[in-house]
Design a binder for this molecule. Structure first.
Ligand code: AMP
Length: 184
């Protein structure tokens, strides 16, 4: 299994787990949040467009986000697989992803859901100190997740692998690797 989506609320540890999985599976970690932050850092037009949404904890519009992911998935290093972290975040984005993968003659292997309580995600976000990790913005991002992103759990029910994402990072990674292995 090398074509994977990592799903879960902000603060679930998707980025940390994606880093570990990326090394073990030998496929790139593609984080839309990281791509947006890199564009903001470089002052690109895409970054300028995305910044106000990110600062407020709102979603960047689907068309902008989908175009960015489409060009990233077309790069050579993603030909053998990828870990999508933070994308898709809406059902229309998932439909666009299906179209993109179809065009590349690829298919998704699984969707890994990192299941974690709200108390834990708020603690994790408050401790990492990112610009969009203030309490008000965190609250909005959790509300956006519940409304826009959680419906993907049903959308992907046939491909879903649920991982309990509380406890030590390495244990969560081991559980994930085992679950990927069993689902092969
Ligand atoms: P993340 O690093 O995944 O927490 O993403 C940080 C912020 O980037 C989010 O709060 C959104 O504003 C934006 N973002 C990341 N991925 C997406 C996406 N798939 N669709 C829309 N906005 C996104």
């Amino acid at each position: 299994m090398t074509r994977l989506i990592l799903l879960g609320p902000p603060g679930a540890g998707k980025g940390t787990q994606a880093g570990l999985l990326s090394e073990k599976l030998g496929v790139p970690h593609i984080s839309t949040g990281d791509l947006f932050r890199a564009n903001i850092g470089e002052g690109t037009p895409l970054g300028l467009e995305a910044k106000s949404y990110i600062d407020a904890g709102d979603l960047v519009p689907d068309d902008v986000t989908v175009r960015m992911v489409e060009s990233r998935l077309a790069e050579d290093d993603a030909a053998g697989g990828f870990l999508l972290d933070g994308f898709p975040r809406t059902v229309p984005q998932a439909e666009e992803l299906a179209r993109i993968l179809d065009g590349l003659d690829q298919r998704l292997d699984a969707v890994i859901q990192f299941d974690v309580s709200e108390d834990v995600v708020v603690d994790r976000m408050l401790s990492r100190g990112r610009a969009d990790d203030t309490e008000e913005v965190i609250r909005n991002r959790l509300a956006v997740y519940a409304k826009e992103t959680a419906p993907l759990l049903d959308h992907y029910r046939d491909k879903l692998i649920v991982i309990t994402a509380e406890g030590p990072v390495e244990e969560i990674n081991e559980r994930t690797m085992a679950a990927i292995g069993e689902a092969r």
